[in-house]
Ligand binder design. Sequence first.
Ligand code: GLN
Length: 192
Amino acid sequence: MEIGVLALQGDFAEHLGILTQIGVKGREIRLPEQLEGLDGLIIPGGESTAIGKIAVDFGLIEPLRQFGLEKAIWGTCAGAILLSKDVHGKQPLLGLMDITVARNAFGRQVDSFEIDLSAPFLEVQDGEAKSYRAVFIRAPIIESVYGRAEVLLKVPHGQIVAAKQGRLLATSFHPELTEDDRFHRYFLELTR
Ligand code: GLN
């Protein structure tokens, strides 16, 4: 099993660190031909406009889209924005998931926050369903989920912060910035 992490901008190193921690081979991806042979791909958090622009320059948009039609992709934060079909603005997107995203949608004063979410689909630890501590940094909200996509997680105020569509996964938050590796394990299940 080998998982690629798109390494154009943002916190790709943290994702690779967690993959190593759980014993999975990770590979930095910067060019289309590097997608060959991967079982899944992670698009990290960062700045979605920057990642999109570099992806256009490197000829990656179409190869990434094709990859996502067959294999698992997980976008965290900026990565979730790239997976979406619509962001209420013009910027390069992969347009793979039936979700509309609002960028930086949690407002200025709460640009960054952490919250415990109930996530029963994650692995049970020590016989107990433990809540999941999600880290949000200038995070997007998944404003609407339609078509083949489904809602996975909401914050207590009701905004959608995780969605899934077959092997595609979008989270507004950053599991790569926590010690908890259950979301990475969950994604590995989607690649199988
Ligand atoms: N605000 C960023 C964007 O719109 C996403 C922030 C992040 O990835 N932490 O692209």
